[in-house]
Design a protein around this ligand. Structure first.
Ligand SMILES: [Zn+2]
Length: 269
């Protein structure tokens, strides 16, 4: 073989190896479950399910910040450099981040931020967080069955949910929400409890600087998260609903990590 052919061959092999190494290197996510307000009983379930979908998908690995001590160690600006994104799974209240603004800037620099349910009941007094998330928990009433209308059936977070995702959960009413600032994924066409017509956002995403934010208000109940809820929890959501919720959050996580393409621009623009 000619020298040039050999070189080209070597280059091709090198590229293949590089591509396989990149494909085999999962993203690294920090799952935060510390609470300073209400603590959901579904948190251990959420932690387990996130580990399960990380493993099954092979797309990412999870590390946890479950205590103030772990937040202090794993969420300094320096320590955050090792992660590709963070998940706030049913966090509440003012979390003791070593540097709150540095965390927001870290997401903005090109990381993924994912929030479930009471992630919007977190950092009420920190406008930069509310602005990043795109909404803020206001209140909720009794748990109820609702039809979440799918506003983007092509998005990785909602492509498996059909035209409407019917769930039984604690449904949040949000404030500090501006439809022109987010890409709506799921929303109700009526008040969850009173059923008066209106627009009630459930899940959305947004580009945030070079980063991406995905939020779903669903995830209060164990059987929302888990296909194998223990008998002691009365099952209101079928295993199929829980499986669909897992696809919803997996798609959202993959989108936030830049692993899957999807629109993050407000529909109104
Ligand atoms: Zn809740």
């Amino acid at each position: 073989m000619k020298n040039t052919t050999l070189r080209l061959l070597a280059l091709a092999v090198f590229c293949l190896v590089l591509a396989s190494v990149q494909a085999a290197t999962p993203k690294k996510l920090l799952v935060v479950t510390v609470t300073k307000g209400f603590r959901h009983s579904s948190i251990p379930t959420a932690e387990k399910v996130l580990a399960d979908i990380a493993k099954t998908s092979g797309a990412f690995t999870v590390d946890y910040a479950r205590t103030d001590q772990e937040i202090a160690e794993k969420m300094t600006p320096e320590a955050l450099k090792q992660y590709d994104g963070a998940i706030f799974a049913n966090t509440t209240g003012d979390l003791p981040l070593p540097d709150k603004q540095a965390f927001i800037d870290w997401v903005k620099s090109g990381k993924g931020f994912v929030g479930m349910h009471s992630a919007s009941d977190t950092f009420h007094g920190f406008p930069a967080y509310v602005e990043m998330l795109g909404g803020e928990f206001q209140t909720h009433h009794a748990q109820v069955r609702v039809d979440c209308r799918n506003h983007d059936p092509k998005h990785p977070a909602t492509r498996d949910l059909g035209a409407a995702f019917t769930v039984f959960d604690e449904i949040y009413l949000q404030k500090s929400f501006d439809r022109d600032q987010v890409h709506v994924l799921l929303a109700l066409d009526a008040h969850p409890n009173e059923k008066t017509p209106g627009f009630y956002p459930i899940a959305w995403c947004k580009d945030f600087g070079n980063g991406r934010v995905f939020y779903t208000a669903l995830g209060h109940r164990e059987d929302m998260w888990d296909t194998d809820t223990p008998e002691k929890f009365k099952r209101e959501n079928s295993k199929e609903i829980a499986a669909a919720y897992q696809k919803h959050i997996l798609g959202g996580i993959q989108w936030a990590l830049g692993l899957e393409k999807g629109d993050g621009k407000p529909q109104s623009k």
